[in-house]
Design a protein around this ligand. Sequence first.
Ligand code: PMP
Length: 420
Amino acid sequence: KDRSVLHVFETLESEVRSYCRSFPAVFTKAKGHKLWGRDGKEYIDFFSGAGALNYGHNEERMKKKLIDYLANDGITHSLDMATEAKEAFLKKFHDVILKPRTLNYKVMFPGPTGTNSVESALKLARKVTGRENVISFTNSFHGMTIGSLAVTGNTFKRRGAGVPLNYTVTMPYDNYFGAEFDTIKYLKRLLEDNGSGLDLPAAIILETVQGEGGLNAARFEWLQKIEEICRKWNILLIVDDVQAGCGRTGTFFSFEPAGIEPDIVCLSKSIGGYGLPLALTLFKPELDVWAPGEHNGTFRGNNLAFIAATEALTYWKTPAFEQKIKQKSEKVNHFLQSIVSNYPGLQGEVRGRGLMQGIACATDGLAERICREAFKRGLIMETSGPAGEVVKLFPPLTINDQGLDHGLAILEESIQAVVN
Ligand code: PMP
């Protein structure tokens, strides 16, 4: 009788499961920014499927398109064959996203998930440049397959591979050593100096805001200087926008306000719109060097994802959506700043950008305790950072004011309960 609600998972599923430990409930239903547990309890979602649900759960217009498509026996699986659903997506992505931003990228479908996009980016950069080495940054996260893991700045996660992973050099991200240390000067010196032992890399891969690594947001000037380094040494710049892209930071691509133009961009998570698996790798046309089949995979054409993704792009047709994200981001920032000053016991620091913000807590385990308390009170949030020290707020971008206010109020109550 007093069995855990997760009994079936605890006995039948591998120990590697993680999210279900943080959110001990069995979920049955979700709509917009809300989820419901089997016991009928309602939760506010400040997690958004780790960024895969920027438009919320079961968004009405996408749902209707999907239901119509299925009702008409639309093709679901098609490898990379040409389908109408894919054609419509490619055209709309070009017209609504690339063209207005004067971005000239070829689109590739590398496989269903974010890590597939990163793998393809790394492989392509190595093929194009004929170099092996790749520079990545402290606290980065790029995925769980071996190539992506090789460029991930997290010792615990890399240890999962069991063996050392080659061809990567980890450099300090912006502000890693604090403001007084010039990470750009350090990188330049290593590239210039024959004595550094640093092999010229094929690529530099980075997130403009590190989602898993603690919501560290690079300064725009830092990103611009990294781009300059790439141009000077003929290094390809890969921006992994799997988590920070699709509007999470306020613009469709996270790098837009920095005015940089990466050679390769990785997208996944919310590009599928409805939480359906889809990934894109965008690259400059001159990098389109692979022969057909040189990078392939079975699930490169999830037509249901194309149907939802095409509808999702409608949000980006006018600037109104970006403006709303900006307003909500400002509200969240204002709220977090006041929390940090009103609860000195947190020793908190506000991190992040857009609707990708949070509070870094100085005390070990405090962020985790806050998230657990919030879950009990009906708010789903996860921690981020190498020691899980950041409370991460990741509401759907479409959340209404009432939902956002309610979630923020639960967060404050939870902080109050834990800190006092
Ligand atoms: N890159 C970044 C920046 C991510 O945040 C993630 C997922 N958290 C990935 C890559 C990997 O994506 P996926 O889990 O879909 O393979």
